[in-house]
Design a protein around this ligand. Structure first.
Ligand code: GAF
Length: 394
């Protein structure tokens, strides 16, 4: 449990002003970055994410009835419903209500509650603001109603909430990273066994810089689900000849060449990217262990190429930002991050080169893409946690 910070204090004060309830729980749940291993989670591969300093905060309190009262600080919007009447919506509420729906379906004894939502994870930037909302909600309700749910089960509830209430068949990475993050560490997660290992992430003289295209990605615009189906189709074709194959984790490039390439060139390319990315991540973990940041960076460029040309989930703005840093000696690696079609690139940039890079790129990005560029330095923080209210907050 951490002592409350300024952001949590602010949302706590807003809660007090809105709702006449004092027995509150305050939860912080972070956004995430992913160093390498993209679109591998739902293919039973590995991912290498970390929780960051940008986070979602919720303050919640039990009610004496079955009503749910929600308030979003960002949208300055109130919403009221009841446990019996919840249903998906197309906005911020859906991630909270999706979690409630999962808890009810699993038979957890929850009652009515009031909840205020705030945070500074930019929406649609590929930093998993929705997963952070889901993790914060399930964590807060677990505390409030003493449900005794362990972290991994909460991750699965949050994932299911997103799949059912937003209709995107997301993998486990985002919720896992938000829930299990550890300061100054990345997490190597095996998405098949769910075993994980923390790896120190101290880039001597370099920082992970996020460059936001400010293009809103629409994961739910069906492309994500289409990619998932294409991977499943590739697996099914290989399985006709190798009955022990259950996911792209079990598939080799040779198997794809033998059983997929002739059937469908697009599906072949999708599967090839995933099979290569799983191997690339394992090699990148060795780079990290050897502290060879240059080798890790080179692999990030390869990942971007694969995501852009083989998996085709990039867009012209993301490609522009990656191309623009490629020749810069201060940048060791760059790639699009997350689901794709917008959001951020993640860049490993030399400390002294950051300011100039951001300055120059802001101008050229505006000139070429006619959009504003935003930049953040990602610092790696702990995962979802309850925050203790300081004395002065009363
Ligand atoms: C999104 C999804 F939510 C994750 O599960 C993951 O598949 C990612 O896209 C791509 O790696 O963030």
């Amino acid at each position: 449990m951490s002592t409350i910070n300024e952001a949590a204090q602010k949302v706590s004060n807003i809660f007090t002003a809105k709702f006449d309830q004092t027995e509150t729980v305050v939860v912080r749940s972070p956004g995430r970055v992913n160093i390498i291993g993209e679109h591998t989670d739902y293919n039973e591969g590995f991912v290498l994410p970390a929780a960051i300093d940008k986070a979602i905060y919720v303050v919640a309190a039990k009610r004496n009835d079955t009503a749910i009262h929600l308030y979003s600080v960002d949208f300055d919007e109130t919403f009221e419903t009841s446990l019996a009447a919840i249903k998906p919506s197309r906005d911020w509420k859906t991630y909270i209500l999706g979690v409630v729906d999962q808890l009810i379906k699993a038979g957890y004894p929850i009652g009515g509650f009031s909840l205020v939502l705030d945070g500074d994870v930019p929406i649609g930037a590929g930093l998993s603001s929705s997963a952070a909302v889901e993790c914060a909600t399930v964590f807060a309700l677990n505390e409030l109603f003493d449900l005794q749910i362990d972290r991994m089960s909460m991750v699965k509830i949050a994932q299911k909430a997103e799949q059912t209430y937003s209709g995107v068949m997301v993998g486990i990475m985002d919720m896992f990273a938000s829930m299990f993050g550890k300061k100054d560490h990345v997490i190597k997660l095996d998405c098949r066994s769910l075993e994980y290992e923390y790896k120190p992430f101290k880039l001597k003289g370099y920082k992970a810089v996020l460059l936001n295209t400010n293009v809103k990605h629409t994961l739910s615009s069906s492309e994500y689900n289409t990619r998932r189906k294409q991977c499943e189709q590739g697996v099914a074709w290989v399985k006709e000849h190798h009955s022990n194959v259950n996911s792209l984790r079990d598939v080799s490039l040779e198997m794809l060449q033998q059983h997929v390439e002739q059937k469908d060139e697009v599906i072949f390319r999708r599967c090839k990217y995933v099979v290569e990315e799983i191997q690339r991540l394992l090699a990148a973990c060795d780079d990290l262990d050897r502290n060879d940041i240059a080798a890790l960076g080179a692999k990030m460029y390869e990942t971007h190429y694969g995501l852009s040309k083989l998996y085709e989930v990039s867009c012209k703005e993301l490609d522009y930002l990656v191309d623009a840093v490629k020749e810069n000696p201060g940048v060791l690696g760059a790639r699009m991050m997350g689901g794709g079609f917008g959001g951020c690139t993640i860049n490993l940039v030399k400390d002294e080169a950051i300011d100039e890079l951001v300055e120059q790129l802001s101008v050229s990005y505006k000139e070429n893409m006619n959009l504003e560029l935003s930049a953040y330095i990602a610092t790696i923080e702990n995962g979802t946690e309850v925050m203790k209210l300081a004395e002065y907050s009363k």
